[in-house]
Ligand binder design. Structure first.
Ligand code: KG4
Ligand code: ZN
Length: 325
């Protein structure tokens, strides 16, 4: 089964063709990062206009690179939430148009669930029960997954998401946008010598990252930061150590057979390294390009909906606040 995936929930316009939920035939991403970098963050109105310009060329390119004819596409899977309303609308409208014009089925996909399914695109097949850590710009969730579509939320951030904390700390340190990659790069030339607070919130699987971000802010205000690379390395170490410790605790407590890491922050080098080193169970992590927003994960997730017979009606709509659990 070949599925065309479409993703436009935030600031990447993406389309991909995936076979049987696991084999990528093409995966195209038109990034708007440079446009939003000028403003230090995503400007929703600008994002939807850019999606409008990019969506048709990106879909065409994904089809061309997949060397696939339209008659061989079985369904179109599209992110319908959570995300920015105007951005989501562009992808969903394009998917509906494709479905109608080509007479193929439509599948609505939750963006968070798609992030999890990026792990089906690797070589090793995930084995249930799984402990999933979703770490993106908007979410930091620990989820027990007992089977396809079977999720139990164990914990989430009580304030900033991990990616949001990276973005804010980067801005405070003057390292630019997007913050995660900027801090990851700066940390390469620094040492984690500054002791920053780590909120472990014992007895819960919840997270909190506002304290560590505020600590960095205070140090900058008080002129206590001599070396910005050391500050980046210290911030990264503080956030990663909490993510790693709490994820491993939850996996052990639930008897998970594997840990799945996903979302944009899963591209972080230190997080990938330390989770792999310290986990007592195997850790699956998508390729960095499949951690940040892409449409291959949307198509992979759509495949598992399709084989379960979960298709959408033509009146399917965007749901900016869509929840998975
Ligand atoms: O999943 P994603 O691409 O979009 C959302 O669904 O939010 O995640 C974007 C987030 C941003 O906050 C970005 O700073 C963060 O992922 N990110 C990283 C890295 N690459 C992207 N955070 C830490 N280290 C990275 N290398
Ligand atoms: Zn995302």
């Amino acid at each position: 089964m070949k599925i065309l995936g479409i993703e436009s929930s935030c600031d990447e316009t993406a389309a991909a063709v995936v076979e049987n939920g696991r084999r990528i035939l093409s995966s195209e991403v038109a990034s708007q990062v440079e446009i939003h970098a000028r403003y230090g963050g995503v400007v929703p109105e600008v994002a939807s206009r850019q999606h409008l310009l990019a969506i048709v060329p990106v879909i065409r390119q994904a089809m061309t690179k997949a060397l696939t004819d339209w008659k061989d596409i079985d369904a179109v899977a599209v992110t319908n939430g959570p995300g920015l309303a105007g951005s989501l609308l562009v992808g969903v409208s394009a998917a509906k148009a494709v479905a109608m014009a080509r007479g193929i089925r439509l599948i609505a996909v939750n963006h968070l669930e798609a992030h999890i399914y990026a792990n089906w695109l690797g070589e090793a097949e995930p084995v249930f029960p799984l402990l999933c850590l979703i770490v993106s710009g908007g979410h930091t969730d620990l989820v027990l997954m007992r089977g396809h579509g079977d999720y139990t939320l164990l914990g989430r951030t009580l304030d900033d998401a991990a990616g949001e904390a990276f973005d804010k700390a980067s801005r405070i340190l003057g390292l630019g946008y997007p913050g995660g990659p900027a801090i990851d790069r700066a940390a390469l030339s620094g040492e984690p010598v500054i002791n920053l607070p780590r909120a472990l919130l014992p007895g819960t699987h919840n997270f909190s990252f506002s304290g560590v971000k505020t600590a960095v802010y205070r140090m900058v205000e008080e002129g206590k930061i001599d070396n910005v690379n050391d500050a980046a390395a210290s911030f990264r170490q503080a956030v990663v150590s909490v993510l790693v410790d709490k994820t491993i605790d939850a996996a052990v407590e639930c008897g998970a057979r594997q840990i799945l890491l996903s979302g944009g922050v899963a591209a972080n080098r230190l997080l990938r390294e330390q989770l792999r080193q310290q986990s007592p169970v195997p850790v699956l992590i998508p390729e960095p390009s499949l951690c940040t927003d892409n449409a291959a994960m949307t198509a992979a997730c759509g495949y598992f909906h399709a084989i379960a017979g979960r298709f959408s009606c033509p009146d399917m709509d965007v749901i900016p606040g869509l929840r998975l659990f």
